[in-house]
Design a protein around this ligand. Structure first.
Ligand SMILES: NC(=O)c1ccc[n+]([C@@H]2O[C@H](COP(=O)([O-])OP(=O)(O)OC[C@H]3O[C@@H](n4cnc5c(N)ncnc54)[C@H](OP(=O)(O)O)[C@@H]3O)[C@@H](O)[C@H]2O)c1
Length: 333
């Protein structure tokens, strides 16, 4: 089913790999939804650190995905492909995308869409999918965080970190977060962290050890943090690595890891199968969307830029001064 659609759309493409100015406004054909897919008329798109990595040439889109950046968006369903029963033209949704969010229209599997939570703006909803899918699948499905456990997240003021703090505390964990300034630490504590640690001034290892050790760690730094995380962890604890801002290689003494029965794991979201992401979406809808509907959890918005100013959005992200999410206004709403 289709509403009246233009043939072309405005989009931001990566004209070549490089600095933010390689992001250029362009005209592209409006994509068509295949079986099981929906076409979304985009209102807002979330900006994520992996978009900057794609722009820089270190994070290629998976086979079959749009070459346009953009891993999440909100808007209205503009057309549905064959065998889509759940969504209809006009429905307000937010969606995890394999790419292509920096555009007026984007296609994605219908099973990767979620409803816009009650009383939430489309701007806020655009900032949900990438971090909520990542945090739910890594902290809860992979890391098995339980209420009452101690949870440590690095980069606590990042898009991922602000989501992880809120979800872990909503599910009853004791939350510890690291961040690089007093202002960022204050933001982490406001979101529910029991103790934010300014890693430029304090040692997270000794602080966590004094508390009995972390049961789950969500790490985006890796490098020399891996050995330090293991020291900060309790017996039977789980270390979940989702990025390596501090380097992809590390030297580890495996003896204490074995003695303490610790697990090191990790994942990347984007290359996973349509079904694997649909499973995460179903769990989010059942376990997390009620918290968003009730206003108990909400995305933290840092700043918004017009679609044509996507380069400025990337510059802001790469200063690392932001707290929470950066978004693009594509069509408003
Ligand atoms: N595996 C996955 O599926 C997946 C999915 C989404 C995102 N990610 C990754 O998760 C990370 C966070 O994503 P995001 O979109 O939330 O990013 P973001 O908002 O840009 O946050 C990154 C934060 O990391 C902190 N940081 C710590 N060490 C750093 C270093 N060496 N270089 C730069 N920043 C450093 C910075 O805050 P401080 O001032 O506190 O240092 C910065 O604000 C990114 O690396 C992203 O690629 C992974």
């Amino acid at each position: 089913m289709t509403s009246d659609l233009p043939k072309t759309m405005r989009a931001v493409e990566i004209s070549e790999h490089g600095a933010p100015e390689v992001l250029r406004l362009t005209e592209r054909p409006v994509p068509k939804p295949g079986p099981g897919e929906v076409l979304i008329r985009v209102a807002h798109a979330g900006v994520n650190r992996p978009d900057a990595a794609q722009r820089g040439g270190t994070y290629a889109p998976p086979p079959g995905a749009s070459d346009l950046p953009g891993l999440e968006a909100s808007g209205h369903v503009a057309a549905t492909g064959e065998s889509v029963g759940e969504w209809s033209v006009g429905d307000a949704v937010c969606a995890l995308l394999p790419g292509g969010g920096y555009a007026e229209y984007v296609v994605c599997p219908a099973s990767h869409c979620l409803p816009v939570p009650t009383d939430m703006s489309l701007r806020e909803a655009a900032c949900l999918p990438e971090t909520f899918f990542t945090v739910w699948s890594n902290v809860f499905m992979r890391g098995h965080l339980e209420g009452g456990e101690r949870f440590l997240v690095h980069g606590g003021s990042s898009g991922i970190g602000t989501t992880a703090i809120q979800l872990a505390s909503a599910f009853g964990a004791r939350v510890f977060a690291t961040a690089g300034s007093a202002e960022k630490c204050a933001a982490c504590e406001k979101l529910g962290a029991e103790r934010a640690i300014n890693y430029r001034e304090e040692d997270f290892v000794s602080i966590l050890k004094d508390e009995g050790g972390a049961d789950v760690v969500l790490d985006m730094v890796a490098g020399d943090y891996i050995a330090r995380n293991l020291k900060a962890m309790a017996q039977d604890a789980r270390l979940v690595i989702i990025a390596f801002l501090g380097g992809a290689k590390a030297e580890i003494n495996f003896a204490p890891m074995m003695m303490n029965r610790q697990t090191i794991t990790g994942s990347t979201l984007r290359p996973q199968s349509v079904e694997a992401k649909a499973k995460i979406a179903r769990e989010l809808r059942e376990r997390v969307w009620p918290l968003l509907d009730a206003g108990r959890v909400a995305p933290v918005l840092d700043s918004e830029y017009d679609l044509e100013a996507a380069a400025d959005a990337h510059r802001r992200m790469e200063t690392s001064e932001h707290i929470g999410k950066i978004s693009l206004k594509v069509a408003g709403g």
